[in-house]
Design a protein around this ligand. Structure first.
Ligand SMILES: Cc1cc2nc3c(=O)[nH]c(=O)nc-3n(C[C@H](O)[C@H](O)[C@H](O)COP(=O)(O)OP(=O)(O)OC[C@H]3O[C@@H](n4cnc5c(N)ncnc54)[C@H](O)[C@@H]3O)c2cc1C
Length: 411
């Protein structure tokens, strides 16, 4: 039987954005009753459990962006968190390499952005870079980011969820948001009368927002991130190695990351996917959803404003393991295809698309009204940025609530 429940804050989505926001709201409103609705039977089944685990440093993003504001601080906050909890971290840094002379200008631009964003980066010679990773391939110049690190996203998610529990935040698993009736939110077992709703539903955040009449000009487009794991012994690769990205796109190009256990992996790709949870086979296929996504992708493909056509055609080739490995081998000496044969668990990026302006939204985006706040674009590196981003979401929630006292005894 469906029960009626009340709470001060109802967070939809138990990914890193939902959980850190719930914790931040609890920190500010000690008496508030906070419930997190998660549609899956366990946490971390989507972006927050399927990412590269890289704590980005914050030098990629334009200075006036939210991503620039939150990535540097988010990196430091995670480091403190994993240290306090005794969680795994690999402080291995990152080298960004220029494959040709044209890309060297890109390294200067990243250095400029790093300086403006207050992020430590160094332009070093290839000789110096080889002291960090002897196998690195580049022109004479390389960018070194010492503060980049990797963590185990699923281990971190479990620790954050455990903090939620200790704080009395109720995480309801297997409880999808199904719709709303006025101010009440409907889940299979319960109907929630919530003081304020925070939508952090990742790949589905646009649908939830639209139900509330918010963000109607936006839809989420899914991009699939494939990984190939290396079989070389742990420690064979000393640091993360990335190419100079195309700064018009939100993706960073195929790269090598080193996991917390020292294992090398190639990826992720950013292949346009045809439905939101297009992880494997036809699981989760929905014809209407696929049609809508295909239409948006076709528009981007034909308009080709930011070379989407070139990017999409290039990305699709990466379904071939041999092609993916050959692309990555431009960054590192001695990459043998026979050592890269194991596909990893893919992830799907939730990328916001503005169908009025026909463009991908390049920064974090939230929109709301007095009923709730909707995290529409928690693109990468929202994992790294999660803690300061949650403060921003909580600030905005408070503004929308008009500074009223929260937690005055909704049972
Ligand atoms: C392949 C890949 C690699 C990445 N690498 C990095 C990286 O190295 N570093 C970095 O900083 N960032 C990285 N990112 C980005 C980062 O993972 C995401 O930005 C971040 O995890 C987004 O968190 P989230 O909470 O918004 O989404 P999610 O983790 O997807 O959480 C949303 C949750 O909402 C739930 N949900 C959805 N619909 C409903 C509903 N109707 N009712 C209830 N619950 C619902 C889902 O089940 C899910 O658990 C990567 C992403 C991908 C896909």
């Amino acid at each position: 039987m469906v029960g009626m429940k009340t709470c001060d804050y109802l967070v939809i989505g138990g990914g890193i954005v939902g959980l850190t926001t719930a914790l931040e709201l609890k920190k500010r409103h000690r008496n508030a009753k906070i419930v997190v609705l998660e549609k899956e039977k366990e946490l971390a089944l989507h972006g927050s459990g399927r990412n590269s685990g890289v704590l980005h440093a914050g030098f990629y993003y334009a200075a006036d962006s939210l991503r620039a504001r939150f990535t540097r601080d988010g990196n430091a906050r995670w480091k403190q968190f994993v240290l306090e909890r005794g969680l795994k971290i690999n402080p291995c840094g990152k080298l960004v390499v220029a494959k040709n002379e044209q890309e060297v200008e890109g390294l200067y631009e990243l250095k400029r952005r790093g300086d403006v964003n207050g992020v430590e980066t160094y332009l070093i010679s290839l000789e110096e870079a080889k002291k960090i990773e002897p196998r690195v391939k580049s022109t004479q110049m390389v960018l070194w980011s010492p503060s980049t690190a990797t963590v185990d996203p699923r281990e971190c998610m479990a620790a954050v969820a455990s903090d939620c529990q200790s704080e009395g935040i109720e995480i309801r698993l297997d409880s999808p948001y199904q719709g709303r009736r006025g101010n009440d939110v409907i889940a299979p077992q319960d109907v929630y009368s919530a003081g304020f709703v925070v939508n952090a539903a990742g790949l589905h955040a646009d649908r939830v927002a639209h139900d509330f009449g918010v963000g109607l000009r936006y839809r989420i487009l899914p991009f699939k991130g494939l990984y190939v794991y290396g079989s070389e012994p742990a420690g064979s690769l000393k640091t993360n190695i990335y190419p100079v990205p195309d700064l018009r796109s939100t993706f960073l190009g195929v790269h090598f990351t080193v996991t917390v256990d020292g294992q090398a992996k190639i990826g992720p790709t950013a292949i346009p996917a045809f439905w939101r949870e297009n992880y494997q086979g036809l699981k989760g296929f929905d014809a209407l959803e696929a049609l809508s996504i295909l239409r948006d992708e076709a528009i981007l493909f034909f308009r080709n404003d930011f070379n989407f056509r070139g990017i999409a055609l290039e990305e699709i080739k990466k379904y071939s393991q041999a092609y993916l490995v050959s692309q990555a081998s431009a960054l590192l000496e001695g990459v043998k295809p026979e050592n890269y044969r194991t596909w990893g668990r893919p992830g799907i990026r939730a990328q916001l698309y503005d169908h009025q302006d026909k463009r991908l939204v390049m920064d974090f985006m939230i929109e709301g009204n007095h009923q709730g706040l909707h995290v529409l674009n928690a693109i990468s590196p929202a994992w790294t940025a999660a803690m300061p981003f949650a403060e921003y979401v909580a600030d905005r929630a408070e503004q929308l609530q008009g500074g009223q006292e929260v937690g005055s005894g909704r049972a």
